[in-house]
Design a protein around this ligand. Structure first.
Ligand code: RIB
Length: 306
């Protein structure tokens, strides 16, 4: 039987302004469009996995404001089970996002309810977590909760995929409990404290080796238009190319990728096959606007791959 994916992470409302470019510090520009979307790295990953047809649970928090019930409903509409999503006192998480004309973005997240996701809450969610075939986490919830999750995953023999976003220094004890560490280019630079360029195989290879030496069992670098780079212990490194696509909004491309990569691995595909599938899912997501609404169904991915 297919074991579920359990995502532990953030649930946000995205406030999205589109403009010709992302303003520099101190610059005021006129935007072209404003929309709200359901987002949050955790919720995006959960919706992406569920839309690909995989049974998926979300563990997280929404606030008791008007956004909270909408955010929970959006998860349910996306096919995600929300029994382990709590409504807490205070505001829901929000993200202020600017999108430039090539689909590039910058994001400020105000965590709100996500900051109240404690290790105690994970203890309450243990019956859901224990069923997982893969646990997916990111860093928009308190770090001590992610550390607890790492210990829980290791103790229960469940693989943990950690998307280190937003990037920050991570404790060695947590990294040792990570099965797949999946930073993008800028997050890799922060983690290894060196320049990394997707079009420079020497820099990506050395960064991936450095990350592998820091503890995780496997490393996958998400390199946007340059595809992804897989580094596993005692195996040759692999580069999986991206699919060429006209990007309109890169928001949540990394979330789409992580969810699809976990879905592929749980279906028994190899890391390179799962990464190719994930590159397709991410490519479709960047060709559409918004975070959760950009996630494709399995049928759409199969049609794209044909
Ligand atoms: O990864 C994209 C997500 O980052 C957005 O949906 C936003 O909510 C932030 O969490």
């Amino acid at each position: 039987m297919l074991k579920p994916i359990v995502v532990v992470g953030s649930i946000n409302l995205d406030l999205v302004a589109r403009a010709h470019h992302i303003p520099r510090p101190g610059e005021t520009i006129i935007g072209s469009d404003f929309q709200t979307f359901y987002g949050g790295k955790g919720a995006n990953q959960a919706v992406a996995a569920a839309k690909l047809g995989h049974p998926t649970f979300m563990v997280g928090n929404v606030g008791d404001d008007s956004f909270g019930s909408e955010l929970r409903q959006a998860l349910q509409d996306g096919g995600v089970k929300t029994d382990a999503v709590k409504t807490v006192t205070g505001s829901s998480g929000v993200a202020l996002i600017t999108i430039g004309s090539s689909g590039e973005n910058n994001i400020v997240v105000v965590p709100g309810a996500n900051a109240l996701l404690t290790p105690d809450q994970l203890e309450e969610a243990a019956p859901v977590l224990r069923q997982a075939g893969f646990i997916l986490a990111q860093l928009e919830i308190p770090l001590d909760t992610v550390e607890y999750l790492g210990e829980f995953a290791a103790k229960n023999g469940i693989p943990l995929m950690l998307d280190p976003a937003p990037a920050r220094d991570l404790p060695a004890a947590l990294l040792k409990n990570v099965n797949w560490l999946t930073p993008n280019e800028s997050e890799t630079e922060i983690l290894v404290k060196a320049d990394v360029r997707g079009d420079d195989p020497a820099s990506t290879s050395s960064a991936a080796e450095q990350l592998l030496a820091s503890g995780p069992q496997h490393v996958l670098l998400k390199l946007g238009a340059h595809g992804c780079f897989i580094a596993e212990r005692d195996k040759p490194q692999q580069v999986i190319p991206a699919f060429p696509i006209k990007a309109v909004d890169s928001t949540a491309a990394g979330d789409a990728f992580n969810a699809a990569f976990a879905v592929g691995l749980l279906r028994g595909e190899s890391p390179s096959e799962s990464a190719r599938f994930a590159c397709a899912v991410a490519a479709i997501s960047v060709s559409r606007h918004g975070a959760q609404p950009s996630m494709p169904t399995l049928e759409e991915v199969e049609a794209f791959l044909e």
